[in-house]
Design a binder for this molecule. Sequence first.
Ligand code: UDX
Length: 434
Amino acid sequence: MRIAMIGTGYVGLVSGACFSELGHSVACVDVDEDKVAALTARHMPIYEPGLDAMVAENSDRGRLSFTTDLASAVSGAEAVFIAVGTPSRAEDGDADLSHVYAAAGEVAAALDGATLVVTKSTVPVGTGGEIARIIAKARPDADFDIASNPEFLREGSAIKDFMHPDRVVIGAASERARQIMRDIYKPLEALGTPLFFTTLETAELIKYAANAFLATKITFINEIADLCEAVGANVEDVATGIGLDNRIGPRFLAAGPGFGGSCFPKDTLALLAMGRHHGVEQNIVEAVVTVNDRRKRAMAGRVVAACGGSVGGMTIAILGLTFKPDTDDMRDSPAIDIVGGLQAAGAVVRAFDPEGMEEAGKCLNDVVYCGDAYEAMDGADALVIVTEWDQFRGLDLDRVKSLLREPVFVDFRNVYAPDDMAKAGFRYHCIGRD
Ligand code: UDX
């Protein structure tokens, strides 16, 4: 199948590369000439494990290319995926669809022969129908169909999530659209992946409902963690105990400093906006957004308490800045609130992140960026783990203790065991455990 992928952000680039890996011929389109040139030269604009190798291999095989020429990519394609960004609008949290609709207009102008136009971007319910209206108005002569194909990719495991999904969700209005999508995903279906067909509107809502539910699950266990601290229970054991119920399941029950990322914050706000637009309250998701934002802001206060009530004039070492491991993405990372809160309380912040420091430099000020974890903690009054990168799981605790001015260790991801840390002589603080 010949595919045009419009947009080479996290979703478009990973999806385009994976479609070419499945054997399709993919032309990825972006307006950013520098980005297209870098991709053509096999230089990745994002950190995503395995992506560089997949892009290089499929580019070498001639199945994957990058271009700024949308018209040529679309005119040669049987399916065009719109994967441009849908950021939150600052004023109301609604999804900004300007890039989606602009792409739809350009696609319309370039249509040449029967073409399926697919939204891969996360878009509010009704967007697919609006895209159909935009195209039909611009090109009454065009022979096209519309489909919705939301992605469920997690940064850091996006390729695995694409190639081994729990399901592929497809919203399609016509049998022809369904058949083309079945042909595109045939390699995955052959390996046992269920293709779930539904309407455009339902597929669009499934994406938001999935992310909002996952964000709710995380926020729930975070609040249970606070209760565990008050009653002397262990949140990890609570998560295990409830997760063994197959109606609940064990995943996304890891208590932490609050969720961040490019999706949960954006998608929960967009769901609330959808509720407002349609006059349907979304009280649970409203609470999730409020509780999560409050939690991220409260984390700095936990460090201050661990340091005896004040961090003025102290140096605090932060390990991990990205919103999760195995990504360079800082969007809505808890580290942004934690670093800002500590600096506002008078601390000097030193930090190390394996991949995120370049991105962090764009959103954090006055941070001392260090070459590795031990350099960051050298002479610090406390050490704080904010992101659970694997390389922070095996720290030499004797060396940590010798480098810290005070043996204060705050672990916001429960990487270490309280008993071990007490034995090692640390004043250890974590989430939801004694
Ligand atoms: C998420 C969804 O998982 C994915 O399906 C969707 O397509 C995009 O949004 P992503 O944001 O990349 O993916 O990362 P994810 O692994 O879901 O983590 C999101 C946030 O939740 C991170 O800040 C992470 O630290 C936090 N989290 C996740 C927890 O605090 N506890 C958990 O148990 C899981």
